[in-house]
Design a protein around this ligand. Sequence first.
Ligand SMILES: [Zn+2]
Length: 146
Amino acid sequence: MRDDLISYTKRLVDGQGRLTYSFTPGDILPSFKRKIKESIRYIDSRLGLDFKKVKYSRSSDIIIIGYGDLPQGSNGAAVWTDIRWEIRFPVRYYGDYIFRHEMGHVLGFDHVPMGSKSLMAPGWNGYTTFTRSDWRQLEAVWGTEV
Ligand SMILES: [Zn+2]
């Protein structure tokens, strides 16, 4: 985990432990949106954070963007813009495990070495969701749902 990433997100969490997210209009395919919402619901169900989907607004805490500005060949990115997170994808539909990986950065993870049992390796290592060890670290920072 990286303290700076954790502190960016802690700054956004309001008194109710809530983080808002929105999609840039017309950008992400509805089927991908559904998978993203499912992933967020699952994270919400395990951690002491509440995520709330809001209408697209520059003031949401997390904005999810298709056709985002990415380094060449990149599959996705979580970018801290000084006031919010942007999760960017190269296209309108992408693997939902990439979304979960990017949410890992929003929740404070840095990359781990390729051989680690973690979703947070910098490339494909066979994991499509947070591992037990990932959850342990997430829960240590964000608490568990009560
Ligand atoms: Zn990453």
